[in-house]
Design a binder for this molecule. Structure first.
Ligand code: 5GP
Length: 237
């Protein structure tokens, strides 16, 4: 597969065209950003860890019936995947209250939610990714029909139902995560982006230690060591 011109550069990945119009290549960068790009850094090896973790999790989800954009990992920092039209909705799934949920609503940090909460954020850096309800999504024409919003919620819950027990068995609480979706050339809604400690929160079941990007957001240090531990637990090492 030939890597051709740069199509788009995001905060954590670069997207390249290929010689197949239906396939693109993501390059996972070592760059780290938080608070809508206000805090920036870089950690050698972070991109490769996220590529490897995402690869394992996309394979797991595909094996459990979730359609994703994943095709294959090409090398440490590159993933081949389906080209989609990205839906500009960040689907946030929460099992335990923390982060913006506790900040915005005053819910106690660490409270186990009585049921899994699914929220929509507008994928729009200029506006600071504000919360959306279904009517906002339809008015903004982020999707065509209510059915598609229902499908995003359904798929997000399915992903949670697969990943939450999977990580619990590996001694990690899946606290919350952000998913992105896109439409492939047939109009099917599929899971895209990455699934990694950059967009999931993992807390060690025994110690409560944070094993995700909050180590960077909160200045705790030890980010790549934590990401490597997440990968090793996935690989059963
Ligand atoms: P919160 O809304 O508490 O900041 O984030 C909830 C979850 O979604 C966390 O796991 C967080 O990593 C993820 N998340 C929310 N927004 C973004 C975003 O814009 N980028 C990334 N990488 N993750 C996000």
């Amino acid at each position: 597969m030939e890597k051709r011109e740069l199509l788009y550069e995001g905060k954590a990945k670069r997207l390249f065209l290929t010689d197949d119009e239906n396939l693109v290549i993501s390059e996972f960068k070592d760059d780290l950003t938080a608070f809508n790009g206000e805090k920036k850094s870089s950690e050698v090896g972070k991109g490769a860890l996220n590529n490897k973790i995402s690869t394992e999790l996309f394979k797991l989800l595909e094996a459990n019936g979730i359609q994703t954009h994943f095709v294959k990992m090409l090398d440490d920092n590159h993933m081949l995947h389906t080209k989609v039209d990205v839906i500009l909705i960040e689907v946030i799934v929460r099992n335990i209250a923390t982060g913006s949920l506790t900040r915005n609503l005053g819910i106690e940090d660490g409270k186990i939610l009585p049921f899994t909460l699914v929220e929509f954020d507008y994928k729009n850096d200029d506006l600071g990714d504000p919360k959306l309800n279904d009517q906002h999504c339809l008015i903004l024409e982020l999707v065509e029909h209510q059915d598609e919003l229902d499908k995003l919620r359904r798929m997000a819950r399915q992903v949670n139902d697969i990943l939450r027990p999977y990580f619990l068995e590996k001694g990690l609480n899946l606290v919350d995560f952000k998913l992105e979706f896109g439409k492939d050339s047939n109009g099917n809604i599929i899971l895209v982006d990455e699934i990694s400690p950059d967009n999931c929160r993992f807390w060690d079941v025994e110690s409560g230690e944070k094993m995700d990007k909050d180590r960077f957001r909160q200045g705790l240090g030890g980010l790549t060591v934590a990401y490597e531990q997440v990968l090793n637990r996935i690989l059963g090492k």
